[in-house]
Each structure stands twice: as structure tokens, then as C-alpha cells.
Write a protein that binds this ligand. Structure first.
Ligand code: ADP
Ligand code: MG
Length: 520
């Protein structure tokens, strides 16, 4: 070999650099193809690699002037081929005359193709990494008898680098593949996956975390985990306690707590957190899986409530029945007494008061029964305006309703409903509105056509304390001294029996709006 010229050293360092940069095999081959001609003659260079099981050899990159018949992707089995002993023993091979070689081995498809490409002689170098063959590199020339032992020796050095480069790029590919795979799992998980560094700053934030908490990865990464922790839990040192436990035991499992979303909502989450350590056992922070269990918790509570409600309902239905008949008897008897007392007698007032109290009791019992009995609506076509007006006409004569102005807006529409139950809803809602406006005011109903039809009942009354909003539809919830707390519970039951929905909006002190939706 000629003394190493500076440019050859330079080329070596470029090849090594290329390896270190993790460049692709194609790039490396470009480098070699363009720069090596000074030292070795060739018209064609190619690299073929073995598969994982070392059964096939596949061409991975080819550089040549002129037609290439044996291109990238060309593959052949190793077993039985002339390359097998080269790979096994790590030997190089020089073929001085490819045409002659083909004449001796007419079945060699690869020789036939390369001869057809115009090549006349070749040098084959096995690529070895730590003594293990990973492929071969071919140098070919259009001239016969091109290669000599000095080329062979020189190219062995290059081959070592190429082999390492190939192995490295294969490992990088596998790594990239693996990390993409893990990234996909991470991102597609429905659970929030959040990792923190040792300072408690967010390092990893997947799509599931975005769905639960509303922050995008860009918004969350780098910020302290405290952004998710409600103030009172921060004050109680919740995070320190979790950190202590994770440090001590290495993990914390199925820990239920409250966290804050970006828009300030509270969500109930189940958290399993694990300490992360590097291979030397140094702490790297912790990673955690967050699961939103708000819905689940609410379902559990609803279930518990509906079970206790069913029990209460049964009980109250029984009691109501027991009360209803004697009540009617008492009422009848007292009416007889009332008739016997002269109109001027002061005792007459006492009896009237008793009758009034009996009427209230009877109403309560009636409400209780309506609420507790199973409801089977009898559907008819109902004109909504008519139903609303009839309900109002039953209430407008009571003293509290005198200074309430009632009005209906919107189109006259027809709904499929039980007319009696429908009226019951309006009576309950109007009664509440009247009671909320002791000084009088506006009670307006707006009807909007569509599916569902929407009926909004608005009053200008006291409004509702926001703290009470979640409780309004619970049976027996009342803020009134004489309320049964059944009006809204019954209305909800009726509307749900019709497949509809009811909700309340209130802005103290501007009054209340109850929205009823009924499917068409
Ligand atoms: P009750 O009227 O017997 O108290 P309801 O179920 O009809 O029972 O109503 C429950 C509670 O909801 C009421 O006690 C009241 O606090 C509140 N509420 C309902 N409707 C209104 C309204 N229009 N304005 C203000 N508060 C209301
Ligand atoms: Mg009421």
C-alpha cells in the first residue's frame, strides 16, 4: 500500500465521523464511492447485509455508473452460495475474470447479472462485527484482473468501519422503532401518564393527561406539578406525603385524590405512581398513571342514593296510604263541626285553620304517593300552550299569585305526552316561581320548537344559592319551612319517564330559569 497521504487520513476520519453521527448506510456509501477511487479502482460498489437469522443476503445500497441490474433489494439465500465460506471464515476473495467464473458456474444468477452490467473482475469483503459476519461489500471493475493483494489489505480497514457503521445504524433503527412503539403506547393510553423530575416539574405528558386535565403537552411540560393540586391539598402537604411514600416504598398504588383541570374544574383521580431510578439507582423523579374516576364515583353515589331512595319511596308509599284514609275521615268530620258552628263564633276560625292544615297534609301525602308510585305515562297529543295555561289557571287564584305577571312566548307546538303528568310539572314549577316572588314579578315561559322541544320557565325571584344547585332534585330537599321538597323531584321523575331532561340555572339575585327538554 502507498504511504498514507493526508487526504486518506482525512477520508478515514470522515468515515469514522459519519459512523459516529449515525449516518445511514447510503450516505456512507456515497462518501466511499466518491472518495476512494484514488486508492482502489472500481466502477461499482455495493453492500449486501444478512438478515437476522443469517439465512439470506440482501443488497442494501449500490453505486455504479451505467445500468444496475442487481439493485437494492436483490436477495439470495446464503446456504450453498460461494459467499458462505467467505462469511464463515471472514476471508476476502478476488475474482480476476467474471466471465470465466460464470462459464464455470453458469447457475450463479448474481454473477450473470453483474457480468451483464459490464463488470469483469471483483473484490469481495466480508463485513464483520466482533468476528461475526453481518454482510459483504463488493467492489467491481469493468476491467479483468483489476484487484491485487494490496487493495485487499487496504479495503479491510475500510470494511471494519463500514461494518460498525451498518451495525450502528441497524441498532439506531431498532431503537427508533422501539421508542416510536413506546411513544405510541404512551400516547394512545386512555390514562394520563405523567412523569416528574426530581424537582417535581412535569417531564412527560401524554394525550390521556391532556384529556383529563385540559393542558396540552406544550403547556404542561416544564411546569410544576402543583398546577394540578387544589390549594387546600397543597396546604395540607399532600405532595410531600406522596413523595415520602414513593421514596420509601418505591410506589403508591390506587391513591384517590382531587386534582384541578386547566379550566378550574375538580376531577377525582386514581393515581398509581412509581419512583424512577437510573441504572446506578439514582433517583430520576417519578412517573404516574392518572385515571379519571369522577364519573365512576358519581355513578356509585347515584346508585347508593337510588337504592336508599327506593327504600324511602316504598316506606313513604305505605305510610301515605295509611294516612290518606283517616285524613279524609277527619276532614269530613270537621266539616260537619264547622257547619254546626255559627259564622260569628270565634271557634269557627280555629276549625277553618284545622281544615287548611289538613288540606296541606293531604297535598303532601298526594305528592308522596305521586313520587313513590311507579309512573306509567299515558301518551296523548298535547298542545303545550294549552297545558301551560291550564296549570296557571289552577294557581293564579292563590293570594301569592295575585301580583305575578304570567306570559307565554314562542310557537304553539304539539307534544306527545301524558297530559295530566305534564300539567303536574308546570304546577310544580309555577308554584316554586310564585313562592320565590313574594312581592310579585314576572313569570315567563318561552317555548322553542325543535328536537328536543325546549321549554324555559323564568322568574324574577330570589334565585338559588349555588351551593344548593346539586341538591334541588333530591326528594325532600327544601329551603322552605312549609315545603315538602318533592316538587322538583316529581317533575324530574315525570320528565325522565318521557325521555326528557330538566335542569336549573340560577344567578342570584336575578331569579331562576328552569329548562325542560322533551324529545319529539
Ligand atoms: P319545595 O318547593 O317544596 O321546597 P321543590 O322540590 O319544589 O320543593 O324545590 C326545592 C327547592 O328548590 C326549594 O325549596 C327552593 O329552595 C329551590 N327552588 C326551586 N325552584 C325555585 C325558584 N323558582 N326560585 C328559587 N328557588 C327555587
Ligand atoms: Mg315546590
Amino acid at each position: 500500500m502507498e504511504p498514507a497521504a493526508p487526504s486518506l487520513l482525512h477520508l478515514f476520519s470522515e468515515v469514522i465521523q459519519s459512523v459516529n453521527l449515525g449516518n445511514s448506510l447510503e450516505e456512507m456509501l456515497d462518501l466511499i464511492y466518491s472518495r476512494l477511487r484514488e486508492y482502489v479502482p472500481y466502477d461499482r460498489i455495493s453492500v449486501a447485509l444478512t438478515d437476522e437469522k443469517k439465512q439470506r443476503l440482501t443488497s442494501e445500497a449500490v453505486r455504479a455508473e451505467g445500468t444496475i441490474l442487481m439493485n437494492k433489494g436483490y436477495g439470495a439465500p446464503i446456504a450453498g452460495s460461494s459467499l458462505e465460506p467467505l462469511l464463515r471464515e471472514g476471508r476476502t476473495r478476488i475474482l480476476d475474470d467474471l466471465q470465466e467464473y460464470l462459464a464455470k458456474k453458469p447457475t450463479s444468477e448474481s454473477t450473470r447479472l453483474i457480468v451483464k452490467e459490464g463488470m469483469r473482475s471483483s473484490l469481495t469483503l466480508p463485513l464483520l462485527v466482533q468476528g461475526q459476519p453481518i454482510g459483504v461489500m463488493f467492489f467491481s471493475s469493468r476491467q479483468p484482473r483489476t484487484y491485487q493483494p494490496k487493495h485487499e489489505e487496504f479495503l479491510r480497514t475500510i470494511a471494519g468501519h463500514v461494518a460498525i457503521a451498518v451495525e450502528k445504524s441497524r441498532l439506531m433503527d431498532a431503537l427508533r422503532h422501539k421508542s416510536e412503539y413506546i411513544e405510541t403506547i404512551l400516547q394512545s393510553s386512555a390514562d394520563g401518564i405523567i412523569a416528574l423530575d426530581n424537582d417535581g416539574r412535569i417531564q412527560t405528558w401524554n394525550e390521556g393527561a391532556r384529556r383529563i386535565y385540559g393542558y396540552t403537552a406544550e403547556e404542561a411540560i416544564g411546569r410544576p406539578f402543583e398546577i394540578l393540586v387544589p390549594a387546600e391539598l397543597q396546604a395540607a402537604g399532600e405532595l410531600q406525603k406522596i413523595t415520602e411514600q414513593v421514596d420509601r416504598d418505591g410506589f403508591i398504588k390506587d391513591y384517590e385524590t382531587v386534582r384541578l383541570t386547566k379550566d378550574g374544574r375538580r376531577v377525582l383521580v386514581n393515581v398509581t405512581a412509581t419512583a424512577m431510578r437510573n441504572s446506578q439507582g439514582r433517583p430520576l423523579g417519578r412517573s404516574a398513571v392518572h385515571r379519571n374516576v369522577t364519573h365512576l364515583k358519581k355513578l356509585q353515589e347515584d346508585l347508593a342514593r337510588s337504592q336508599s331512595l327506593a327504600a324511602v319511596g316504598e316506606l313513604s308509599a305505605t305510610i301515605a296510604h295509611e294516612i290518606k284514609n283517616p285524613l279524609a275521615g277527619i276532614s269530613g268530620a270537621i266539616q260537619v263541626l264547622q257547619d254546626a258552628i255559627p259564622a260569628t263564633d270565634r271557634r269557627r276560625f280555629v276549625v277553618t285553620e284545622i281544615l287548611e292544615q289538613i288540606r296541606r297534609l293531604d297535598n303532601t301525602v298526594h305528592d308522596l304517593l305521586t313520587f313513590a308510585r311507579p309512573m306509567t305515562p299515558v301518551m296523548q297529543t298535547v298542545a303545550i300552550g294549552e297545558s301551560l295555561r291550564r296549570a296557571w289557571s289552577l294557581l293564579c287564584s292563590q293570594p301569592g299569585a295575585k301580583s305575578v305577571r304570567f306570559r307565554i312566548e314562542g310557537p304553539e307546538i304539539q307534544l306527545q305526552m301524558d297530559p295530566h303528568l305534564m300539567e303536574q310539572i308546570w304546577i310544580n314549577l309555577f308554584q316554586n316561581a310564585i313562592e320565590a316572588m313574594p312581592q310579585g314579578g314576572d313569570l315567563s315561559v318561552s317555548v322553542a320548537d325543535g328536537d328536543p322541544a325546549k321549554i324555559a320557565v323564568r322568574d324574577g325571584g330570589t334565585g338559588i344559592d349555588p351551593a344548593n344547585l346539586p341538591k334541588l332534585f333530591r326528594p325532600f330537599f327544601s329551603t322552605k319551612t312549609r315545603g315538602t321538597g318533592l316538587g322538583l323531584a316529581i317533575s324530574k321523575k315525570i320528565i325522565e319517564a318521557h325521555g326528557g331532561a330538566i335542569g336549573v340555572e340560577s344567578a342570584r339575585p336575578r331569579g331562576t330559569c328552569v329548562l325542560v327538554e322533551i324529545p319529539r
